[in-house]
Design a binder for this molecule. Sequence first.
Ligand code: KG4
Ligand code: ZN
Length: 361
Amino acid sequence: MNILAFESSCDETSASVVAREDDGTFVIKSNIIASQIETHRLYGGVVPEIASRAHTEAISRITYEALDAAGVSLSEIDLIAVTSNPGLIGALLVGVSFAKGLAAANNIPLVGVDHIKGHIAACYLSGIDNAPRPPYIALTVSGGHTAIYLVESYTSLRIIGTTRDDAIGESFDKIGRIIGIPYPAGRGFDELSREGFIKACGSEDNFYAKYKKTSAYKDKDMTLPSPALSDGSLDFSFSGLKTAAINLFHRYEQSEKELDFALFAARYTYEAVEAVAKKIDMALTQYPDMDFALSGGVAANSHLRARLAQVCKSHGVRMLMPPVSLCGDNGAMIAAQGFYEWESGNIADSTLNASALDSIQ
Ligand code: KG4
Ligand code: ZN
């Protein structure tokens, strides 16, 4: 069956055509993403009203682009899927209203998709052998979320650990901003951190593992707290790490000492990644012998990918993750989750509405 899917929860408008084959594989026929990043960069973050307008301007055009690129006509679409929550309410409303209109006018079934379930479903797009099988443990790390889930079935998820304040991606973006990395800072921060790790370790060879023994790590002026809460839970607090990093930055500004941005970024990344690694290690101990799936925009982080691969290896479990190109917001992941919502009978009617709120508890 052919699924036409829409994603407009934040600063990317995406339309995608994905075929679900009879053997259970998903084939991405097109995945058009109109990014608004350049528009928002001027303001250092997403401006919700501008995002809604940009989605409105793009959605019709990219729908035709997605159908054209897939070589599929609207009459060959069997299902329409759309992100309905969580996200920026005005931005979500554009996708939901458009999808509802298109579904009603063409008599095509419609499903609303949770954005987080969509991110996790990106892991189903790399072939059956590379897809996690429920029940499994999923970590979603994005600009708005940092949570560990027990995926009980393709449509039923339970939060087993979460950030109590900021999301990891948001914290990378904020710290990146103070050291001059353009929004969204995640990728630049990743690269700058690599430079810092290599500088601290003297060579590229196995740099991350050596980092903790270096004088850069032992430098007391660069100490940062771990965002892993030590209360036995699987929860995080990234606002403590972020505030400590901002204070460190200001302390350097007020003193004569120059802050080495690469070493600073490496230190920040190290604390963030190690905290996530610690909680995933705990989760895999509590829920043994299950697949582990990594998803969300921050899943593109090279240090996080490498470190979590080590944790999974030590537990003897599979680590599944989308290619970097499908870690950020895109329509194809919404199509994959849309299929499972349809299969479970979660068909939407004309009352489908957008919601800014999380639906997974
Ligand atoms: O999933 P996503 O595209 O949007 C949300 O649902 O939030 O995630 C965006 C986040 C941003 O905070 C961005 O800085 C971060 O993903 N990001 C990264 C990397 N690439 C993108 N963070 C760390 N390292 C990266 N390589
Ligand atoms: Zn997202």
